[in-house]
Design a protein. Structure first.
Length: 563
RNA sequence: AGGGCUAUCGCCAAGCGGUAAGGCACAGCACUUUGACUGCUGCAUUCGCAAGUUCGAAUCUUGCUAGCCCUGCCA
């Protein structure tokens, strides 16, 4: 079974339609829309994270499922927050995820002209007015959650006066904050968004895309429905906090009289338990140097997950497994880990690596002899081929694979016990050597030639198999193990809102030995290290000459020494 | 005179009036050139709580309770 089939099978398990799909099918059946057109509309003000991946994959997946189209759109209506550098990184992340916008890459800022015309239309309909109140006054006039607001004294200006004032705003006759354009809706609405929301503000600032062409910029609530309508989006999918904005969204598309108005549907954001997902907090971690950048493998930004070795397929699987709903929830990190293991296990070679080495010496193996063993790269996937591993008298094995006094059900090496050296021979432990600190440094064994792997030897069996690496040709490497950045015992935040950090979130092992085949491993290549999990070669500059491996994910938690 | 939304196993999540899907996690057994993987088995007499309607309610009604969101010239 190929890996692709495997993923498709996993997806097939998600049989029921999510509520958005149900809504779409209802719209299609009732003829509200004749096609499906979705979009992903980030503001280029930072890095995308796994929560965005959910939205991207949802929107793209919906378009695919219903044979529709998917647009990429930068919602860049606020020049104070946006930068070109984010635009490129966002495009890169989305392409990497596999969401294809084809030739439909748009910028909200390219619609400024149409948005201006639409505002003029609203003014002419008597549905918008220029307001001279200060920001503070507007806040006061807006009322509170429990008290209605009151009308602005400028609310009843004539159409002609509004037209002239708005034109003057555009011409740059006013300072920032001096005047705004407001929609005339209902100052006593229980929905704050409908209390004459501001739809245009003055901001004398260069825009990353339009430069100095404009000094007035539309607000999200006004701009977004127009963007969707212009692009003929049918289903405008966003997160739950915009539910209260939907009446305003509908007001805008209705008053502007679009023939086929788009429809906004909200779903719950994705959170991960005990993981920092807030952009503000991630930014602080980066600035404080707690992590080494936005792509630090302990973060869940898309660039971090990519650097860590997560694949687009694994993220897609994760998003599908999590599902879409309207209830606030937080997924277990274990589910994410499952997804990457699932994706990689048949795709990647299984190599041997010794992370905490002790020597194993085969006393009856001829000194100086080297033999090459041919081993499959992945015993469950023949397509990955075979490789040669040199075998000799002196090997490294992992410290945890030998115990002087083994507990019950310990199947690995201990004095008198016989185990299989993976892909090689059975060896029996005869003795061991300790250093002056009482640490085991050498284990002495004898091997049985008859037991060579692949010869069909079946006379006796062993309970344990251990991995090894030849001392003479092993590749020395630095291995980085990642744990949760957050102290799970204490929870993500303390009383003051600071993050409870886990001091052991990054462990660097400098004395690791890998099988010789890993000498030329390419950057971003990933492997399974038997018993240790999945690792990838880091592309970032390392502090040592040795190759650096990041642990993507460890093996399932039940894969441990006997209790 | 507040409004909107949500509540089904440790975590996600189906369910849409006919008697609680599935996945993750966890546990056990089998298999195994690693104890992983794979396979099998187990894991909610009960759906936030309380009344009501009904032959029948997680699904309908009413009333509570808890959580999230909303008073940016942010998105």
């Amino acid at each position: 079974m190929s890996n692709q089939d495997n993923i498709e099978n996993k997806e097939a398990e998600v049989v029921s339609k999510n509520f958005i799909e149900q809504e779409i099918e209802k719209d299609l059946a009732e003829g509200v829309y004749s096609n499906v057109h979705t979009r992903f509309p980030p503001e280029p003000n930072g890095y995308l994270h796994i929560g965005h991946a959910k939205s991207i994959l949802l929107n793209y997946g919906l378009a695919q499922k219903y044979n529709g189209k998917f647009n990429m759109r930068f919602d860049d209506t606020n020049p104070t927050k946006e930068k070109v550098e984010y635009v490129e990184s966002i495009k890169k992340d989305i392409e990497w995820l596999g969401a294809n916008w084809e030739d439909r890459l748009f910028f909200a800022s390219n619609y400024f002209g149409q948005m201006y015309d639409a505002a003029v239309k609203l003014i002419k309909k008597g549905k918008a007015y220029v307001c001279d109140l200060t920001a503070e006054e507007i806040r006061t006039y807006r009322g509170t959650l429990t008290e209605p607001g009151k009308n602005s004294p400028y609310r009843d200006r004539t159409v002609d006066e509004n037209l002239e004032l708005f034109d003057n705003m555009k011409k740059g006759l006013y300072q920032d904050g001096q005047k705004v354009l407001r929609a005339k809706i209902d100052m006593s609405s229980p929905n704050m968004n409908l209390r004459d929301p501001i739809i245009y503000r003055v901001a004398h600032m260069s825009h990353h895309n339009t430069g100095d062409a404009w000094c007035i910029y539309p607000m999200y609530d006004y701009a977004h429905p127009i963007e969707d309508a212009i692009e003929e989006i049918t289903h405008s999918i966003c997160t739950l906090e915009f539910e209260d904005h939907r009446p305003l969204y509908d007001w805008v598309v209705r008053e502007l009289e679009y023939p086929v108005p788009p429809r906004q549907i909200e779903f719950a954001k994705m959170y991960l338990t005990n993981v920092v997902t807030g952009k503000r907090y991630i930014k602080k971690l980066v600035e404080d140097g707690v992590v080494d950048g936005w792509d630090d493998p302990r973060l869940v930004s898309i660039s971090a997950l990519r650097r860590r070795g997560f694949t687009p397929e694994s993220l897609k699987l994760f998003v599908d497994l999590c599902g879409i709903s309207k209830s606030n929830s937080s997924a277990d990190y274990a589910m994410l880990e499952y997804c990457i293991r699932e994706d990689l296990k048949l795709k990647k070679p299984r190599m041997m690596a010794v992370l905490d080495p002790i020597k194993l010496i085969i006393d009856n193996y001829p000194e100086g002899q080297v033999e090459y063993l041919e081993v499959p790269n992945n015993m469950e996937n023949e397509e990955l081929g075979v490789r040669q591993i040199p075998f000799g008298r002196e090997l490294y094995i992992d410290r945890e694979d030998f115990m002087e006094e083994p507990p019950k059900k310990y199947f690995r090496l201990f004095p008198g016990n016989e185990v299989r050296l993976m892909h090689a021979y059975f060896v029996t432990c005869n003795s061991f050597v300790k250093d002056e600190f009482g640490q085991v440094v050498e284990v002495h064994c004898t091997y049985d030639v008859k037991t060579k792997c692949g010869t069909g030897f079946t006379e006796r069996k062993v309970k344990g198999t251990i991995h090894w690496v030849p001392v003479a040709s092993a590749v020395k490497a630095e291995v980085r193990l990642y744990e949760n950045l957050v102290d799970e015992e204490k929870g993500v935040y303390d009383e003051d809102g600071n993050i409870n950090l886990n001091p052991n979130s990054l462990v660097v092992l400098k004395n690791c030995y890998l099988e010789p085949n890993l000498k030329d491993a390419k950057a971003m290549d990933s492997f399974q290290f038997v018993r240790h999990g999945f690792f990838n070669v880091d592309y970032k500059d390392s502090t040592s000459d040795a190759p650096v491996f990041n642990r993507i994910v460890s093996l399932k938690s039940s894969y441990h020494l006997p209790k």
